[in-house]
Design a protein around this ligand. Sequence first.
Ligand code: HEM
Length: 613
Amino acid sequence: MSLFDRFLFYVVHMVDKLGLWHRLPVLIGLGYLALRRHLHQRYNLLHVETTMSGKKYDVHQYPHRTADGKCNHPTDDIVGSQGTIFGRNMHPSTTKYGLLEPHPSVVATKLLERRKIVDCGKQFNMIACSWLQFMIHDWIDHMEDTHQVEIVAPKEVAGQCPLKSFKFYKSKEISTGSLQTKTGFVNSRTPWWDGSVIYGNNEAGMGKVRAYKDGKLKISSDGLLEHDEKGIPISGDVRNCWAGFSLLQALFVKEHNLVCDMLKENYPDFDDEKLYQLSRLVTSAVIAKIHTIDWTVELLKTDTLLAAMRINWYGLLGKKIKDKFGNIFGPELSGLVGLKSPQDHGVPYSLTEEFVSVYRMHTTLPEKILLRDIDSKASKQKYTPPIEEEVNMKDLIGKEGENRLSKIGMEKMLVSMGYQACGAVTLWNYPSWMRDLVAHDIDGDERPDRVDMASLEIYRDRERKVPRYNEFRRNLLMIPISKWEDLTDDEEVIDALYEVYGDDVEKLDLLVGIHAEKKIKGFAISETAFFIFVLIASRRLEADRFFTTNFNSQTYTEEGLQWVNRTECLKDVIDRHFPEMSRNYMRCSSAFSVWDSDPNAPNYIPLYLRPAS
Ligand code: HEM
């Protein structure tokens, strides 16, 4: 570390020791986050070199996103494309403990499996939970090897495991040619924020979803996704899909098609190809913007994070000035979006193993979806429709889930998900049905071997050499824990941790740690996970040519750019496709909070001048 960075680190460390940053006034809290992001950009981006190398290309020949994510980095065509390797935010784990220490089924049974659902209160609903999966499938999926592994539950817990043993494929590990990491794992998705979850991530996938007329994507007459002859949805990613996820895919296909209509009206000379490419750019940017200034703001509901996320998109000077002048003042004042050139801090863009691990949030999934009766005649606006039926999550997965969804209908499902809180990211909240799950192949076919996801996730982090909780925190420049009481005040949790890990805090698995950690007020996730997000959420925008150099009217068209600039939240998208829905059903401010919750109270103090939350 340079002398200057060492000084910055001491400042950050001192604030951490006092447990202070989130209690500071907004402007000072923002300063702390800026220092942290700077340090993470310097010390938590490892260059996982690979034997795969790209080549220079002519950027001007690629004014749009390609099907497989190639030709986005300005000088290397392969960076961020499908099939490249996951990066790392830290060195692989140095733990002395083996893959089965303690046994994943013991961890899953004693610490993860849901006893009684704990939900997120009014903060986050089932649309927000499905949105998580909608994003994950845009960015990441580990390629698998052909070798199977079997995990057999030890006697101690076998009686409590729905599967006494289960088989799954190893993660595909390849040599990297890097001294730091030696091997790495392959991402079978394109890590860019390119909407590949609806567009596909290669030529073949793209061809399947396109209607080849006026730039549009295929969609069925009921507004939901079309299906192939096997009943599998036709969409950009169909793996481990369920009704809530496929509903969001359909909503954004509708959005894409509406953008096509708008573009065609304004630019009647554009052909199918041009309309498709432009609409893809616009729709992907709409998704990225909603995630940045709507979804994340609800996930991390504090004034400091509201300011931080808006600064990422608009800069300190705010929307009005950015919309008027564009990004003329640089990243701090005008935001990351629209920067003159992409910025990767010397490490070619990819998503990372650690990012995957902290996004393991299956605890947000409930046991049942509560369907609302939206046909009951209510004249009142903002009326809460009564619960009509409870459907098991298991019945909403895969092909069966698609059948069910088409009977339920798009509007009813969206309203029902809006009214239902999602699960909280906490221990003993892992969906029980996921411990006996029919997982899918990459093409959406059901696998013959069922898996215990709770145990599998513990195994995956260890297999991929993601450091365990304490090492992870040290590597992230955070203060490690030295006893269970540093992690949580909950005595029952402390007893259970002691039972599984003894008093060895170094043994603690990352997944368990981030679920057990005391949360910052307003945060639905742990602080440890959050610091990875601080780094990666910015990187997804600033490293992408289509959010920086090419985020302009020459690339997006004037009307396309305006469409992105006018969209501020998911509610705006819902309003475009279901004009009555938010008026009738949404009391709250964001479509991601529970719809019968109160809107945000007005606050007359300017955001940056607000005191501690
Ligand atoms: C019904 C809904 C869902 C089902 C059936 C499902 C199922 C699965 C399955 C089978 C895997 C692969 C496990 C493995 O072999 O390692 C997986 C991975 C994953 N899921 Fe889900 N999932 C669902 C929803 C979600 C949600 C809501 C999130 C929230 C963040 C999520 C996050 C992840 C992550 C981060 C991975 C790891 C991906 C990777 O290893 O590359 N999933 N899921």
